[in-house]
Structures are given as structure tokens and as C-alpha cells.
Design a protein. Structure first.
Lengths: 142, 112
């Protein structure tokens, strides 16, 4: 299966769900800054990978999938949980890429400054997508 | 004022990655965006300007530990959903405690 864009997913989301994620994103960013100011950059850095947004995303995915099945007359309970679990599995792979992002920033920031964030992002995307593809290949081989 | 600016920047970057995660399929691929460096990009770009690159480098180093704790968190959430059949809200909020324990414990262990 290839990666594709499903534009109709926009119709499933309500305006307050976007507001919720905006607020959570803002709060996670200020939390990371607050911790860094209060306890130093080493503690603050940990909170750059705080899973605050993930709680909202997984809950919304479960809700959307359940509602989609309920419109077809099914309970959708299991399907909702399965969809959230798939999202969590993907986030697990993305976290390995995120660790590489941190490593890139740690090593390159003193010389490349903002360039380290760009290269770190490229590393995150490359590693995450590669791990996702590898996982799919291994599943098909099994 | 600075916190407000960070709040807005974080909200915009996180929302952008969240929308990407919404529209991409399959779901396991979209899940990658649940661990996107959205908060890090918003925070570190402003910190770079305010505190300098050495400070950012230190934050990047401990972020590695936070990200590995996030990998463990995602695995735990996946298991709570698939095996224990918890709801997404219950699984994702409960697993925050192990994330905190792993992140802070590994920082204490490796960085002091």
C-alpha cells in the first residue's frame, strides 16, 4: 500500500478539535520553556519530546473511526481502538527518528545554528519513513 | 510576552503537523507525525535566537532521552490498546507517568 492523502479527513474534524490541538501545542511549548527556565536546559530538553499532543491525537482518531463505523450501523468500538493502536505504533517508529533529530541538533547546533534544525528534521523524516517501510517489508515476509 | 509568543509559535507548528497526520494514510504512516519534532522546532528556533547555540545543543542532548522515553510510551500505549482494550484517552494519559519516570530516570543516570 502506498502513502496517500485523504482530503475527506478534513470533514471529520470539527473546529474545536483544531483549537484543542493548537492550545495543547502552545502549552507543550511553554511547558518545555518553563522547565528549562526553572531547572536548566537538560531538564527542558526532555520535555521537547513530551507526549501531550499524542493524547489528543489518539483520542480523536479513536472517536473519528468509531463514528465512521456507527454511521454504517456498527458499534465501531474495536475499530476505534485498533486505529488508535496503529497510530501509537507509528509514533513509536517516529520517536526513534525524533531521537536522531535530538542527536543532530546536539552535534550540529554549535556550528550550523538554524541549519542543525533543518538537517535534524530531514534526519527525523528519513529515519522514520525508512523504519516504517522496513516494518512493512518484514510484516509481508512473515 | 515571550511565553505568549512561544505559545502561538508552538500552537501553529504542532497544528500543522497534526493536520498532516490527519490527512495521510495509511494510519501507521500518519502515526509517525505523532512523534514529529513540532514542539522542538518551535522551542529550539526561539531558544537559538535568545540563548545561543550551546544552550540548544544541551537541550538537543537531553531530548534524545526524552524521545527514547516517547518510544517506550508509544509501545506501552499500543499494548494497553491492543491487549487490555483500554480506551485511547485512558491509555495515553496513564502512560504519561512511565514516560516521566523513564525520561527523568535516564537523565539522572546518564547526564546526572
Amino acid at each position: 500500500m502506498v502513502v496517500r492523502v485523504k482530503w475527506s479527513a478534513f470533514k471529520q474534524s470539527r473546529w474545536y478539535e483544531y483549537v484543542l490541538r493548537f492550545v495543547l501545542g502552545g502549552l507543550a511549548t511553554t511547558l518545555a520553556e518553563g522547565v528549562a527556565n526553572g531547572f536548566g536546559p537538560e531538564a527542558g530538553g526532555l520535555f521537547l519530546a513530551f507526549p501531550a499532543i499524542f493524547c489528543a491525537s489518539a483520542t480523536l482518531i479513536e472517536k473519528h473511526e468509531r463514528e465512521r463505523k456507527q454511521r454504517l450501523g456498527l458499534s465501531g468500538y474495536r475499530r476505534g481502538i485498533d486505529a488508535a493502536a496503529l497510530d501509537a505504533a507509528g509514533a513509536g517508529l517516529g520517536s526513534i527518528g525524533l531521537a536522531l533529530f535530538g542527536l543532530g541538533v546536539c552535534l550540529l547546533a554549535p556550528t550550523l545554528a538554524i541549519g542543525s534544525l533543518v538537517l535534524g528534521s530531514v534526519a527525523w523524516l528519513a529515519v522514520s519513513v525508512s523504519l516504517w517501510r522496513l516494518r512493512r517489508e518484514l510484516r509481508f515476509v512473515k | 510576552m515571550e511565553y505568549l509568543f512561544r505559545f502561538l509559535a508552538g500552537g501553529i507548528v504542532v497544528s500543522t503537523f497534526a493536520v498532516l497526520g490527519d490527512v495521510l494514510r495509511p494510519k501507521s504512516f500518519a502515526g509517525l507525525f505523532g512523534a514529529a519534532p513540532s514542539v522542538a522546532l518551535a522551542t529550539l528556533s526561539l531558544t537559538l535566537w535568545k540563548e545561543g547555540s550551546d544552550y540548544v545543543s544541551i537541550e538537543g542532548r537531553s531530548m534524545i532521552l526524552g524521545a527514547l522515553a516517547l518510544a517506550a510510551y508509544s509501545l506501552l500505549v499500543c499494548q494497553l490498546l491492543m491487549r487490555a482494550r483500554w480506551s485511547a484517552l485512558a491509555a495515553t494519559t496513564t502512560a504519561i507517568l512511565p514516560w516521566l519516570a523513564i525520561a527523568l530516570g535516564s537523565k539522572q543516570l546518564f547526564l546526572g
